[in-house]
Write a protein that binds this ligand. Sequence first.
Ligand SMILES: Cc1cc2nc3c(=O)[nH]c(=O)nc-3n(C[C@H](O)[C@H](O)[C@H](O)COP(=O)(O)OP(=O)(O)OC[C@H]3O[C@@H](n4cnc5c(N)ncnc54)[C@H](O)[C@@H]3O)c2cc1C
Length: 310
Amino acid sequence: MTNTHLKDLKGIVTGLFLENELMSKHTSYGVGGPVKAFIIPKDRLDLINILKFSNNHSIETHFIGSGSNILFSDNEIDGIVISPLKSLRNFSISNNTIIAESGVMLGKMVKESIKNELTGLESLIGVPGTLGGALSMNAGAYGSEISNHLISVKMMSMDGKIKGYAKNQLKFSYRNSNFKSNEFILEAKFVLESDSIENIKARSKENSSSRKENQPLRYRSAGSVFKNSSQYTAGYLIDNAGLKGLKSGDAQISTKHANFIINHGKAKATDILKLIKIIKQKVFDKYKILLELEIKTLGFKPNDIEKINV
Ligand SMILES: Cc1cc2nc3c(=O)[nH]c(=O)nc-3n(C[C@H](O)[C@H](O)[C@H](O)COP(=O)(O)OP(=O)(O)OC[C@H]3O[C@@H](n4cnc5c(N)ncnc54)[C@H](O)[C@@H]3O)c2cc1C
């Protein structure tokens, strides 16, 4: 990305534009090197202009929500990162229908649905992140996934046009979706079912307590690092490979939940990556199971992540 492109782009953005911004400031891991610009568009018009500009000038463009499921590399990314956080957050509930923009926090959606005696989202209580990130990841917990009650999604393509997708035009599976990486998730519509507030609150309380009991919530992390295999949970495999508590720099495999890697403060992406590689190798050696990452990675070379000696 040339300096001229950076300057011209800065000139058209009406929202937040942070030059040479460290992604460590925008991820729950607290890890990540600089990007040429981190941008939070002010509104849809701002987003249209940013996407068109970056499309016309072939600028490397990435989308994130609150960065609670991403490991950014320590290296510079020669492009821009766009987030709707604290900006695109229109939200409405009418009867059983919720319409929310991608910058709405999942926690708000859960709280509002409970308040309105609607069931379907309460098991996601405590999952950090935005609606956009949750849809992209098909976030889920305690047997329920964000896509379960989804009706439709609006996306913005790089030419600034808005496209609508009904749920049956999309594919969701365990922590996975098939949204195109060059389309920005703008808004989604859900229809939930009614239930008594006592029932809904009881379920959300149970899930919330279980989360507090089993997860290292006092530390910075990105939640579960690996997907569960079809036979065993990733946490079980990592624990039984004797890896709980293993450290690399300021990164550590949590002693509370083996599928969490925590940052004690000064961890680098390379520290976390080292633990990821050790986990993959040791679990493979012991169980012949190749764990697949649940977290997304950005700014690495393919070999940085995939290469283990199998
Ligand atoms: C303590 C902790 C507990 C967690 N527990 C759970 C859990 O129980 N279940 C679970 O599923 N996850 C869990 N997570 C992971 C994470 O919170 C979820 O995946 C969350 O939905 C990610 O949202 P985000 O906004 O932070 O997305 P990000 O991490 O910012 O992004 C995730 C992905 O979504 C894409 N994306 C984000 N926004 C957009 C957009 N507007 N348009 C297009 N693409 C977009 C990004 O490119 C990236 O690929 C946990 C994380 C932590 C830190």
